[in-house]
Design a protein around this ligand. Structure first.
Ligand code: ZN
Length: 156
């Protein structure tokens, strides 16, 4: 089942809805150079995807607004780990980092596979973790000062 992604533009002059057919389309065509979602119609940064998932708890749902995607470059060109940057409220700050990956073997006669396993969620090397942190800093999700404060805190 492929639901695709419904992208809602937040730019006042547009506010239209567009769609990405799958994760690869979303990553390649619907984010700006920082990783913020952009509208397919007006081309401007500033859009969200609403997602709702059932939780284990009866009648409870996990709702989030995906506002950005950071992809991590790896040595395997077919394999793309990424994080969705999410917010619990539509107009809120990014407060969630949701890890995932996809593997695209379509050019080699295989499939576009998105999800979990075998092996579960993505595993990052030290360099890839720093790549992710660097992109979070560029995007303003984490500030350089947050990072400096963190280093101070973990220092003994
Ligand atoms: Zn737009």
């Amino acid at each position: 089942m492929n639901m695709g992604y419904k992208i809602n533009c937040i730019n006042k002059s547009c506010q239209k809805e567009s769609k990405a057919i799958n994760i690869d389309d979303l990553v390649k065509n619907c984010k700006d150079s920082f990783g913020k979602l952009k509208c397919r119609i007006c081309g401007n940064s500033g859009a969200y995807i609403f997602r709702e998932s059932k939780l284990q708890e009866k009648n409870e749902k996990w709702k989030r607004y995906i506002k950005g995607i950071i992809t991590i470059e790896t040595e395997d060109e077919d394999y793309t780990p990424y994080v969705f940057l999410t917010s619990q409220v539509m107009g809120g700050e990014i407060d969630g980092i949701h890890f995932g990956y996809y593997k695209d073997l379509r050019k080699k006669g295989g499939k576009l596979k998105h999800g979990h396993g075998p092996g579960g969620s993505p595993v990052f090397s030290k360099d890839e973790i720093f790549q992710l942190l660097g992109k979070l800093i560029h995007l303003g999700v984490v500030s350089k000062q947050d990072f400096i404060d963190f280093i101070e805190k973990v220092k003994e």
